[in-house]
Design a protein around this ligand. Sequence first.
Ligand SMILES: [Cu+2]
Length: 182
Amino acid sequence: MRARIAFLPIVLLLSVGLVACGGSESSPDTSASENSSSTEQTATSGDADRTVTIQPKGNQMKYKQTEFTVAPGETIKLVFENTATSPSMQHNVVIAKSNTDSVLEKIGQAGTQAGSKNDYVPQEEDLKDKVLAHTPMSQPGETVSVTFTAPEDTGEHGYVCTFPGHWATMQGTMYVKEEGAA
Ligand SMILES: [Cu+2]
């Protein structure tokens, strides 16, 4: 009798653990979009010269990694792991062809206007032209990626999250530099 009672808490803990593990897998929406975003990239991801992983800073509207460096012409697999837990912390990474505050602001504002149906990515032709690459929008807990070719020219490229309200604080810079250059 005593032994049984002692076991009870362990059994309870085990079942709680199982439920918690199963919980992340049993959300069909998240895993479905995760799969589709990674399948999209499978064709080229094997050939990537460099994989860069970016995460948000907790539940803040900020990137944890606010800069990274690539070499000219490299194939880059940019992975965004949305480690946030707050449901409102949906994020993406939109890399601009330049690094001026005005371009990042325009992309951020146009992204808001583009709305969820466009994944908050600017739709105007002149702004599409200013975007180098972008990941899909990610839900908290989801990982998304995009594979693209770094520009041949060295320089700086700003990146922003275009989820409404995030662009002003959620920014970073991708540097294109020759290997070994300071
Ligand atoms: Cu964001």
